[in-house]
Design a protein around this ligand. Structure first.
Ligand code: TRP
Length: 374
C-alpha cells in the first residue's frame, strides 16, 4: 500500500504520526516494565468504510499485536446518543455493526479489549468530576466541536439543536481517556483538540492535588490523514453518501468505482491526462500494492499517446485492487456474523475489564481530592 501524505502540518511534540509514531510507541512499550495502555474509540453511527480502515483500523491492528501494550477499543455510544437522541435505534444497530466491522478487519477481542462506553458507568462519574475542572471557554474554543455543532445546526445560529451532552462530549472523551490512565490515544487529527484538553485537565488535577494521572499521554495519528469520498469533493462519509463501506458487495464497489471522476478534460484515451483531482488515481495511490508499477501507469496516463491507459482500464484496476482488499474482510465478517455470541461476549468481557481499572482510578481521584467519604 502506498502512502499519500501530502498535507504536512506542524503538530505539538506529543502528537506522533504514522509509521514513525508506531515505532516510537513500540520503543516506549519495550522499555516499560508495566503495561502501556493504548486507547482508541469510535462513535457508533453506522457501518464503517474504507477511510476508517486506512485512517484508523489498520493501525489498531498493528497496535493490538505489540507486546506490552494493552489496547482498549472503545465504542462511544454515549457520544452517538448525544446527537441521535431522537433515534436510539441507529445507535443500537451500530454498536453491533461497528464491533462486527472491527472483527472483520482482524481486530481481535482476545488481543484487545472491546469496550462499550455505557457499560462502564464510571465514565459518567468521571465526566461529572472533570467538568468541574474544565471551563466553558475551553469547550467554546474547541475547533472540532465548533465545526460539528455548525454541521448539526445546519446553518441555524442559535445552536438550538445541540444537546448539552453533545456540547460536553469532549469532557466525556477526556473521561474515557483518563479512566484507564491512558498513555497513547490513537485518533484522527480532528481529535487533537480533545486530547489537548484532556492533557490540560489531567495536569490541573495533578498540580492541584497530587499525581493522579502519572503518564505524559500522547496522540498517535494514522498513516493516511484523509480519504476523499467517491465523489472527489468531500472527505469520505457515510452521511454524504460518498463512501465505500467495508461490507459493500463486489457489485456495489464496482458500481461506485465506475461512477468516479477521472480527468473531465480528457476526451480520448490518447489525450494527456491529469492526476490532480482524479479520484481514481487518488484511490490507487492509497490502495494499490505496487508503487513502481503504479508510477508507470501514471507516467503513461499523463503523457498520453497510444500507450496511455484508458479511464476504464484504470477503473477496472482500482475495482480489482479493492476486491483483493475487501474479499477476505467480507469472509471474515461472515464468520463473525454466524455466531452473534462472539460479539456480545467480547463487549461484556472487555467492558468488565475496563470497569475494574476505572473504579480504581475514581478511588485515586476522590482520595486525592480528600472526598472519598464525608
Ligand atoms: N470522539 C471520537 C470520534 O468521534 C470517539 C471517541 C470517544 C474516542 N472517546 C474516545 C476516541 C476516546 C479516542 C479515545 O471518533
Amino acid at each position: 500500500m502506498t502512502n499519500n501524505t501530502t498535507n504536512i502540518k506542524e503538530y505539538p511534540a506529543w502528537v506522533l504520526k504514522g509509521k514513525e509514531g508506531l515505532e516510537r510507541t513500540k520503543e516506549l512499550a519495550s522499555k516499560r516494565e508495566s503495561l502501556v495502555r493504548c486507547l482508541t474509540g469510535m462513535r457508533p453511527s453506522g457501518k464503517l468504510h474504507l477511510w476508517h480502515y486506512v485512517g484508523a483500523l489498520q493501525m489498531w491492528k498493528e497496535l493490538q499485536n505489540i507486546d506490552n501494550i494493552d489496547c482498549l477499543f472503545l465504542i462511544a455510544d454515549y457520544h452517538a446518543l448525544s446527537d441521535n437522541f431522537d433515534n436510539p435505534d441507529i445507535v443500537k444497530q451500530s454498536v453491533r455493526d461497528v464491533a462486527l466491522d472491527w472483527m472483520s478487519v482482524w481486530l481481535d477481542p482476545k488481543k484487545a479489549h472491546f469496550v462499550v462506553q455505557s457499560y462502564v458507568p464510571e465514565t459518567a462519574e468521571l465526566t461529572q468530576f472533570l467538568q468541574t475542572f474544565i471551563t466553558k471557554p475551553q469547550l467554546d474554543d474547541n475547533p472540532t466541536l465548533k465545526n460539528e455543532m455548525r454541521q448539526i445546526s445546519s446553518g441555524k445560529k442559535d445552536n438550538s439543536d445541540i444537546s448539552v451532552a453533545f456540547y460536553n462530549y469532549p469532557t466525556s472523551q477526556a473521561a474515557d481517556i483518563l479512566l484507564p490512565k491512558w498513555e497513547i490515544v490513537a485518533v484522527g487529527e480532528d481529535q487533537i483538540p480533545h486530547i489537548e484538553m484532556t492533557r490540560r485537565v489531567a495536569n490541573k488535577i495533578n498540580n492541584q492535588f497530587r499525581i493522579v494521572f502519572p503518564h505524559k499521554p500522547f496522540a498517535l495519528l494514522g498513516e493516511v490523514p484523509k480519504l476523499m469520498g467517491v465523489d472527489g469533493k468531500e472527505k469520505m462519509s457515510k452521511s454524504l453518501g460518498n463512501a465505500i463501506m467495508l461490507s459493500d458487495s463486489k457489485e456495489e464497489v464496482e458500481a461506485k468505482v465506475k461512477k468516479m471522476y477521472t480527468d473531465p478534460g480528457r476526451l480520448k484515451k490518447t489525450d494527456p491526462g491529469k492526476l490532480e483531482g482524479n479520484v481514481v488515481f487518488t484511490y490507487l495511490d492509497v490502495f494499490f500494492e505496487d508503487a513502481s508499477l503504479l508510477q508507470d501507469y501514471k507516467d503513461r496516463y499523463t503523457r498520453g499517446g497510444n500507450n496511455a491507459p484508458g479511464d476504464m482500464e484504470m477503473k477496472i484496476m482500482l475495482a480489482d485492487t479493492l476486491h483483493r482488499l475487501l474479499e477476505p474482510i467480507r469472509e471474515r465478517r461472515k464468520e463473525a456474523e454466524e455466531n452473534p455470541r462472539i460479539v456480545s461476549d467480547a463487549l461484556e468481557e472487555g467492558s468488565a475489564y475496563e470497569r475494574k481499572i476505572a473504579q480504581q482510578t475514581l478511588i485515586d481521584l476522590k482520595d486525592a481530592m480528600g472526598i472519598l467519604r464525608y
